[in-house]
Design a protein around this ligand. Structure first.
Ligand SMILES: CC(C)(COP(=O)(O)OP(=O)(O)OC[C@H]1O[C@@H](n2cnc3c(N)ncnc32)[C@H](O)[C@@H]1OP(=O)(O)O)[C@@H](O)C(=O)NCCC(=O)NCCS
Length: 328
């Protein structure tokens, strides 16, 4: 084992310009601001109106590189968590490489873990860094769920928004950096949250193989309970293994899906409000972008001080979930 680890050296985020409020939504489906806000904590979300995943991801990534003090030529790996790429291929990471003028020849690829996509990407990039395969990795989370939700289904369309977030993860021998990272999945419960959108049917397909409903589907109540349970357990395990008590956590940055999920977790961990970051009110659930957007906002608001213990935790389709403990 080397003593090299990955340290977050820069953060960035970007939201599409168009804002869709709960009031706007109430003109589209049978809903209202009061229902959405009390059940989810969401007031508004951003939606793409022409922007592609790679467009907003490149804006977030460009900000992260600038924030790190590095330049495009220093980046030697791109890993993007997304389930709504521009195309089946090339990967979003290749488009980001092109848009930002990153060096040709570096590895660049996407991975699919829905709302846990950013933490899966962070863990993957860190393994490159620990084994000497990269020095400055661009790690991105981006999703455009407005293209996969059913805009006639009030039980899901009110929950999601579009966005992108990114960090630069740099090799360090210092004390700051990723202290632990755990990834989890459970394919047997995939039907609780999924989006079956597939390519057009081939002439060889058997009848009934294709989904006639391509949109995101979710069993909200089941997901709610599993999200609270899985993320709380993942945090407890991560802290225990890192030898850190809940009292030592400076800031918890959880996946921003529903304020009630966050509050339930917070109660289990007995963390006061000022040590839990939330912005779900303004963005809804931006899937893989949720944690890096929150991380960037916390960073730029001066809420992360050198030496702080920051816990990142996510849960999403797959099912997948993940937790990273970071010393800032
Ligand atoms: C989706 C969620 C907000 C629903 O909240 P809930 O309190 O469980 O509400 P229910 O599903 O029990 O629905 C209650 C009622 O509200 C109605 N309803 C659903 N969406 C509505 C909306 N947007 N506006 C008004 N009413 C709505 C339902 O039809 C139901 O009506 P009924 O009682 O007449 O059948 C909640 O389950 C949740 O947040 N789940 C987790 C979702 C999530 O975070 N997913 C992503 C994880 S990565």
């Amino acid at each position: 084992m080397t003593n090299i680890k990955g340290k977050i050296s820069g953060t960035g985020s970007f939201l599409p310009e168009k804002v869709l409020t709960n009031y706007d939504l109430s003109a589209m489906v049978e809903t209202n601001d009061e229902w959405i806000f009390t059940r989810t904590g969401i007031k508004e979300r951003h939606v793409a109106s022409g922007e592609k995943a790679s467009d907003i991801a490149a804006r977030a990534a460009g900000e992260a590189i600038k924030d790190s003090g590095l330049s495009a030529k220093d980046i030697d790996l791109v890993v993007t968590g997304t389930v709504t790429p521009d195309m089946v291929f090339p990967s979003t990471s290749c488009f980001i490489q092109l848009d930002l003028g990153l060096r040709p020849g570096i590895p660049a690829f996407d991975l699919s873990a829905a709302c846990s996509g950013f933490l899966y990407a962070l863990d993957t990039a860190e393994r490159f860094i620990r084994t000497g395969g990269a020095k400055h990795a661009l790690v991105v989370g981006v999703d455009i769920f407005s293209r996969i939700v059913d805009w006639t289904d009030r039980s899901t369309c009110v929950l999601f928004g579009d966005g992108a977030g990114a960090v630069v993860l740099s090799a360090t021998k210092g004390k700051s950096g990723i202290l632990s990272s755990h990834l989890y999945s459970d394919g047997k419960s995939w039907q609780l949250l999924y989006s079956p959108t597939t390519i057009q049917s081939s002439p060889f397909e058997k009848k009934g193989l294709r989904h006639d409903q391509p949109y995101l589907r979710m069993k909200g109540n089941d997901i709610f309970k599993l999200a609270v349970r899985s993320m709380s357990k993942a945090i407890t395990k991560a802290l225990k293994e890192s030898g850190i008590g809940a009292d030592d956590v400076s800031l918890l940055i959880p996946h921003q899906a529903n304020i009630r999920i966050i509050k339930a977790m917070q109660e289990r961990l007995k963390l006061p409000d000022e040590r839990v970051f939330t912005n779900v009110e303004h963005y809804g659930n931006t899937s893989a972008a949720s944690i890096p957007i929150a991380l960037n906002e916390a960073n730029k608001a001066g809420r992360l001080k050198k030496g702080d213990i920051v816990v990142l935790v996510a849960f999403g389709g797959g099912l997948t979930w993940a937790c990273s403990v970071v010393r800032w």
